[in-house]
Design a protein around this ligand. Structure first.
Ligand SMILES: [Cu+2]
Length: 201
C-alpha cells in the first residue's frame, strides 16, 4: 500500500494522453515587458512527433502590409498570398528555410508557396521596403504563440523536450534559443526573457 501511493503520478497514468500537461510560458523582452507573437515550440529529445501540413493558411497583402506579420505553419503547409491592395506586390524571401519569389502580381496567385523545411522565413516585397513578415515553420505539433506575453502549449505528453523560443526581435545572427523542459503529470510554468541576442538570464 505504502509503496503504491509513493509512485509518481506519471507511472499511474493509463496512457500518455491522460497524463498530458500544459506548458505555460511567460515571454518578456529584456526589460520585462510582455512580448506578443513569440513562438514556443517543444521538440521531444531523441524522438520526433508526427506533424501534418495545415490547411487554409494565407498571408494577405493589405494596406501595404503583410497580414498577419507573424505566421506559424507546420512543415509542408501550403500558404496562399492574396493581394488585397489595388497596387501590385512582389513577395520574396531569401531565407534558407524557404527561398522564393512571387513576381509582381495582383489578385490571388494560382499556386501556393509550400513551406517544406523547418526554420524561419523572412518575407519582404521588392516594391515596398517597409513590408516585412515572418513565417515560422515548425516540425513539431507542440507549439504556441504568445498573446500579451503568455503562450500555452496544451496537451504535452510526459517526456523531455527542448523548448525553442523565437521572436522577431531576435537578431538574424542569434542561434536558435533552446531551453530544456521536463514534462510530467503536472502543468509546467516557464519564464523566458528574450533580448535581441537571445535568452537573458
Ligand atoms: Cu509590395
Amino acid at each position: 500500500m505504502h509503496a503504491r501511493t509513493a509512485f509518481p503520478a506519471a507511472l499511474l497514468c493509463a496512457s500518455a494522453a491522460v497524463c498530458a500537461a500544459n506548458v505555460d510560458v511567460t515571454v518578456t523582452d529584456a526589460a520585462g515587458s510582455p512580448l506578443a507573437d513569440a513562438v514556443v515550440m517543444l521538440e521531444p529529445v531523441g524522438a520526433k512527433l508526427p506533424v501534418k501540413p495545415m490547411a487554409g493558411a494565407q498571408i494577405a497583402q493589405h494596406a501595404l502590409q503583410f497580414s498577419p506579420q507573424v505566421s506559424v505553419v507546420t512543415v509542408g503547409t501550403p500558404v496562399m498570398f492574396p493581394n488585397q491592395d489595388t497596387v501590385k506586390h512582389h513577395v520574396y524571401s531569401y531565407s534558407p528555410a524557404k527561398t522564393f519569389q512571387i513576381k509582381l502580381y495582383a489578385g490571388v496567385p494560382h499556386t501556393p508557396i509550400v513551406f517544406d523545411k523547418p526554420g524561419v522565413a523572412v518575407l519582404g516585397c521588392n516594391i515596398h521596403d517597409s513590408m516585412l513578415a515572418w513565417v515560422v515553420v515548425t516540425d513539431t505539433p507542440l507549439w504556441a504563440r504568445s498573446a500579451a506575453g503568455r503562450a500555452k502549449v496544451a496537451d504535452v505528453p510526459p517526456g523531455n523536450y527542448q523548448m525553442h523560443v523565437w521572436h522577431s526581435s531576435l537578431n538574424d545572427a542569434a542561434p536558435p534559443q533552446l531551453l530544456p523542459v521536463t514534462v510530467g503529470a503536472a502543468d509546467v510554468e516557464q519564464s523566458v526573457k528574450l533580448g535581441p541576442a537571445g535568452i537573458a538570464k
